[in-house]
Design a protein around this ligand. Sequence first.
Ligand code: 2BA
Length: 109
Amino acid sequence: MKLIIIIVPKEDSKKLEETLVENKYQLTRFEGLGGYLKKKNFTFFIGVNNEKVEDVLKLIEKTCKKRKEVVTTSDLGEGLGETLITSGAKVQSGGATVFIIEVNKFFKF
Ligand code: 2BA
């Protein structure tokens, strides 16, 4: 079994969640904030059997927008990001960041 952790920008999260639920995957969603850009994002935890991992990856790829080059200061949230990032700096953003972790034990009591 694997735990798939997916971080997506807010704008892709609804569609991703609907797609995963339609495809009968169980998930937990957390709202978060990117440490660098300070933009809202969502993290999904999905526990799946090994043979389902490829299917989940395909759904993510199909659902989430492609990564793109951004940034002007107007894209940034309030706080630390503004002090760290110079005006007009460019970074890759969007798409999904995915971690796949081996699950040693899984219980539901
Ligand atoms: P942020 O931390 O706000 O990062 C937004 C984008 O800024 C990143 O896009 C990356 O292109 C760039 N970036 C991040 N930290 C940087 C740094 N120290 N120097 C220069 N550029 C930097 P993504 O890689 O697509 O990441 C999107 C969001 O996914 C991140 O938002 C963060 O919340 C999460 N994330 C990405 N990689 C992660 C990791 N290894 N561990 C935990 N969270 C991660």
